[in-house]
Design a protein around this ligand. Sequence first.
Ligand code: BG6
Length: 254
Amino acid sequence: PLMKDLFGLTDLEKRLATHLHLKRVIVVPGDSDQSDWVKKEMGRAVARILKSIAQPDQVVAVAGGTTLAAVAEMMTASSSLKETTFVPARGGLGEAVELEANTIASQMATKSGGKYQLLHVPDQLSDEARETLIKEPHIQEVVELVRSARIVVHGIGDAKAMAERRKSSPQLLAHLQQEGAVGEAFGYYFAPDGRIVYYGRSIGLTLEDLAGADNVITVAGGSDKAASIAAVCPAVGGGTLITDEGAARAILPM
Ligand code: BG6
């Protein structure tokens, strides 16, 4: 706490919580766009929160991405997470397997000593294929588990970067640009005013499901993501944000 005050981070946290209408904000020093260890520090903060709020037999749904990969890396064995089941928030994304939510869920379980269940479905499906898959008993079972999650941990992406990472069509890229999409989470793309401009439907958590979780933990940093974070946070609904100084200073008005 003392170090934080020296950097003025406690004040930043309070101002950011008010500005983004969030219950709680944690700001780690530095800018993750500039140094990799800052992402790990955000990861460490998330790992600490997860330990402290754990309850027996809970389900934790996790998204994918490099920031969530840093969270998984920073998890340590914990008796309070032994009965936790980690699940991916949604199906795969067609991006690198190390960054898929399935991979992150299994790593978080392995590192913390918890359990996991995986969702083996591609993230971008035709309506027809999705309707068929959703009827598979095993998939149904995991989807129910995902939707029952007490805690959801997710990242925020830059809209263009995410659309490219997902190998989206030139038409979709043009649509997102035209609509001014700046941020992405759970396959939803948001404009600066929080308007959803596109939703890549999948199997797993929807934005509506988040209301049923006790804790939604958002983790995203880097000054380049300031606009993305500002657009997505209010839409996701007022939980906890773990970010860095670079993003926090860029989001707040001077
Ligand atoms: C993806 C998630 O895997 O990671 C997205 O599906 C999220 O919803 C993104 O926005 C964030 O990625 P990163 O690498 O910027 O943490």
